[in-house]
Ligand binder design. Structure first.
Ligand SMILES: *[C@@H]1O[C@H](CO)[C@@H](O)[C@H](O)[C@H]1NC(C)=O
Ligand SMILES: *[C@@H]1O[C@H](CO)[C@@H](O)[C@H](O)[C@H]1NC(C)=O
Ligand SMILES: *[C@@H]1O[C@H](CO)[C@@H](O)[C@H](O)[C@H]1NC(C)=O
Ligand SMILES: *[C@@H]1O[C@H](CO)[C@@H](O)[C@H](O)[C@H]1NC(C)=O
Length: 457
């Protein structure tokens, strides 16, 4: 009954904490003062005056802050010691429905007793102002704590694009849902999305694109083609490869790249190559072998040369077919291998031999020793007083003779006899070995002396 009474009361009445009413109560208090009504116990409120409730006096109920009385608030102490009328109560007051706030919604509550808090949230496309609390509280005077301006419209930053422009109409401000479209200047290409939209968090989605420098179509080639036919715009670093129609040779660089000379503008790294009919004739090098063997050679083809035995290559061993049909480096030649004039110490060429600085392969020379010198006895020679040597295909001679005195031979002979004698005497092997080592050294020294003699001549 109290609850329904409360509901029917207009809200503004709730707000009046100091409403007074007179009620007469009939009470039968036990232990009360003579001729007075008892002091009633009232939660969240008290009577005024607070005591000396003599018969016939009146009192009014005052509720605590935030509380409102239910029932008549003026009471009369009857002569029978009872209060008239029914003792009222104090109940927690309420706030009206919280006020509407621009661009914000309230949390979904229905009753708002004193102390209740309500939180606002900004609607889609709006955002809470910085350092503002979106909470309001129902105060003890049944009003809501002050609610400042809470929400502002979400704005996206004005989009900027270098080397391009907005094709959609420009706006002073961009709020949620706004769309913007872009286009790049000529020779620039758009990277990213052509159309973007301002999203509820104040960001552009997808992100603002940018315009990138590009190369235009690559240089044209006649009688050929390139790999960049499908598009007109080529980003930095793009490679385009050229090729020629069947039978023609590509002269020049096979590829061009989109690059930059000045760090600003992009250009192709060079002109297109040419497609030309290029044929180099089969190279003619006498006494040479060449690989590969062909009748004609296309542009860029290489040939390797080597000479037949007895001939030596003069020039580069490899040559390439150039765009003008010539070979580069120039073709080599095969020159016969020559042997130098042979020298023999204490010997000379026989008068029948032709004296030359260089001898061709297969040329022969015949030696004889000077007077008092002889070929070694053990040497294999055609005759005792002449020695023939032949120029070999590698530029060396067959073995040349030695000319020595008879004593030279006798020395060695003596040594051999000596060794034999030592051997026959039963010298121990270890000692013999030492003797032979000495012998070897002796012979080596003799040999060196002989060579030195030859050099000094
Ligand atoms: C109570 O009320 C009577 C009559 O109004 C007065 O004479 C008396 O002084 C009061 N007593 C107190 C304690 O206020
Ligand atoms: C209610 O109380 C608050 C805080 O005490 C005060 O600022 C406000 O003015 C009061 N409202 C009314 C209507 O009395
Ligand atoms: C880039 O190209 C433009 C247009 O061709 C020209 O005006 C500009 O001077 C060039 N920039 C540089 C740094 O060469
Ligand atoms: C040298 O002689 C050999 C054998 O008679 C012959 O096969 C070779 O062709 C000759 N070389 C030259 C360069 O005349």
């Amino acid at each position: 009954m109290l609850a329904s009474l409360l509901h029917t009361m207009p809200a503004f009445l709730h707000g009046l904490g100091q409403v007074l009413a007179v009620v007469v109560l009939v009470l039968q208090p036990a232990g009360s003062l003579e001729g007075q009504c008892p002091v009633p116990a009232i939660a969240h409120g008290q009577l005024k005056p607070a005591q000396n409730f003599t018969y016939g006096s009146t009192a009014t109920l005052k509720c605590d802050a935030g509380y409102v009385p239910v029932g008549a608030t003026t009471l009369q102490c009857l002569s029978n010691g009872r209060w008239h009328s029914r003792m009222p109560t104090c109940v927690l007051g309420r706030c009206p429905y919280p006020p509407a706030v621009d661009y914000a919604d309230r949390s979904p509550q229905h009753t708002f007793p004193v102390g209740t808090t309500v939180t606002y949230s900004c609607r889609y496309g709006y955002t809470l102002l910085p350092n503002i609390s979106p909470v309001t509280t129902c105060l003890e005077n049944f009003t809501w704590s002050v609610i400042p301006k809470l929400c502002q419209r979400v704005q996206c930053p004005s989009p900027t694009i270098l080397h391009g422009r907005e094709t959609s109409p420009r706006k002073a401000e961009y709020t949620v849902g706004h769309q913007v479209e872009f286009q790049c200047d000529p020779t620039y290409v758009l990277r990213g999305s052509q159309r973007i939209q301002c999203s509820a968090d104040g960001m552009w989605r997808p992100p603002v694109p940018y315009c990138d420098k590009v190369c235009g179509p690559p240089p044209k080639i006649t009688n050929g083609q390139h790999t960049g036919l499908r598009t007109e715009q080529f980003p930095y670093g793009t490679e385009v490869k050229y090729s020629c129609v069947e039978g023609l040779s590509l002269v020049g660089d096979e590829s061009v790249y989109c690059t930059s000379d000045d760090g600003v503008n992009l250009t192709w790294s060079g002109p297109a190559p040419e497609c030309r009919l290029v044929r180099c004739p089969k190279p003619a090098v006498e006494r040479a072998r060449m690989t590969p063997q062909r009748l004609t050679f296309p542009y860029g083809a290489g040939v390797r040369f080597s000479c037949e035995e007895g001939f030596v290559l003069r020039g580069d061993a490899e040559s390439r077919c150039l765009a003008d049909g010539a070979w580069h480096p120039p073709l080599p030649s095969c020159q016969p291998v020559l042997c130098p004039q042979p020298q023999v110490a204490k010997g000379r060429l026989k008068s029948t031999s032709e004296v030359k600085t260089w001898y061709q392969t297969n040329a022969t020379v015949t030696f004889e020793c000077l007077d008092g010198y002889y070929f070694p006895e053990d040497a294999v020679t055609a005759s005792e007083d002449s020695w023939t040597a032949t120029c070999l295909p590698d530029g060396s001679w067959t073995p040349l003779p030695k000319c020595q005195t008879k004593e030279d031979d006798a020395d060695v002979c003596e040594e051999v006899h000596h060794i034999r004698a030592v051997f026959e005497c039963g010298v121990p092997t270890a000692e013999l070995k030492t003797l032979l080592e000495i012998q070897k050294l002796f012979l080596e020294i003799k040999k060196l002396e002989l060579e030195l003699e030859n050099l000094n001549k």
